[in-house]
Design a protein around this ligand. Structure first.
Ligand SMILES: Cc1cc2nc3c(=O)[nH]c(=O)nc-3n(C[C@H](O)[C@H](O)[C@H](O)COP(=O)(O)OP(=O)(O)OC[C@H]3O[C@@H](n4cnc5c(N)ncnc54)[C@H](O)[C@@H]3O)c2cc1C
Length: 303
């Protein structure tokens, strides 16, 4: 990436918010991944519009990183510009029964705002370690809830750098998917419409669901949560267990014995270890059950 690119980017944000050769393992929950050429931290919609318009004009590759909790970044890293949403883009605000949240806000902070305002509907999301933007991309969900049930408005920036309103309907939410990645928009703000409820009940439900995670998931190790999507009519973890893969390991990556649906990094894994284990699991499950597992984690860079 040329010096010209960096000095041009410095025209949009303070120079100290632009870094070079940033190790993405420090920005992902898997704790694997090589460097990004450039990382730029963006504080406002205006900055984001200008930068995206500029990158589009230069035909430069860029990606948005949320909390990196659903990413598998290759050991070679990402040969482009990684944009992180901060500042105004992390604000969370409740008005009556509606919460507006910047796409860079952590979901847990939105859940806490809901609790503080005795708003119910978002309890399912407490414990999903992503940002609001990442949650929209993935239609994140758990315990019979998902984003599509509570999201009533989305603001975004187009590939051309224009700020737009997007109706949630047009994002065609499905199981752990939406059209965000296909359209190439960057989500900037999300409106959640909730219902007035009882504070104590909301808190109890949130804690109950959080405890279930602690009990069932290997949260003590780096991972990206469930590695595979749930195949229709099956449970990925059960299929993996039936294929005799509990505890299976490649290098520092291992199929968790606590929850077979999680691949964990318990011994300094490389992205290649994780990817090879994903491929091994897919093959063995197919051989045993004739079911094709599809990774839920998003691969970034070359594998
Ligand atoms: C321990 C653990 C438990 C988990 N449990 C669950 C669970 O119960 N349910 C569930 O659904 N998921 C779960 N996950 C996975 C993950 O937390 C979710 O998929 C989450 O929504 C990802 O959000 P993120 O901010 O980390 O996104 P990232 O992983 O940073 O990015 C995911 C994708 O979204 C894109 N993106 C991020 N922000 C934006 C934006 N503003 N605009 C456009 N694109 C954007 C990225 O470019 C990337 O393509 C879990 C993960 C872990 C580690």
């Amino acid at each position: 990436m040329s010096e010209i690119m960096i000095s041009n980017l410095a025209g949009f944000v303070d120079r100290e918010r632009i870094s070079e050769n940033v190790l993405l393992k420090d920005y992902t929950t898997f704790k694997v991944g090589g460097p990004a050429k450039i990382m730029i931290k963006v504080n406002t919609v205006k900055e984001l519009c200008d930068i995206i318009a500029y990158l589009n004009k230069c035909q430069a590759s860029y990606m948005i990183i949320g909390n990196g909790s659903n990413l598998l970044v290759s050991d070679e890293g990402y040969d482009g510009i990684v944009i992180k949403l901060e500042g105004d883009l992390m604000k969370v605000e409740a008005k009556e029964n509606v919460i507006s949240a910047g796409a860079g806000a952590l979901l847990v902070n939105v859940c806490r705002e809901a609790l503080n305002n005795s708003l119910t509907g978002l309890e399912f999301a407490y414990g999903i370690p992503g940002t609001v933007g990442g949650a929209i991309v993935m239609n994140a969900g758990a315990f019979d809830g998902e984003m599509s049930m509570v999201v009533t408005g989305v603001e975004a920036v187009t590939k051309e750098g224009e700020s737009i309103y997007v109706s949630p309907h047009s994002l065609r939410f499905g199981y752990r998917r939406s059209e965000v990645r296909k359209t190439g928009i960057t989500v900037t703000k999300v409106e959640f419409t909730l219902t007035k409820g009882d504070r104590e009940e909301i808190e109890n439900r949130m804690n109950e669901l959080k405890n279930r995670r602690v009990e069932k998931q290997p949260l003590e190790y780096p991972s990206a949560g469930s590695t595979f999507k749930r195949p229709e009519g099956y449970f990925a973890g059960k299929l993996i267990s039936e294929a005799g893969l509990s505890g299976e390991r490649i290098g520092g990556a291992c199929v968790s014995t606590k929850h077979n649906g999680f691949i964990i990094n318990d011994a300094g894994a490389t992205a290649k270890d994780v990817n090879d284990l994903i491929e091994l699991v897919k093959k063995r499950v197919y051989d045993t059950s004739n079911v094709k597992l599809e990774p839920e984690v998003i691969k970034v860079g070359r594998f």
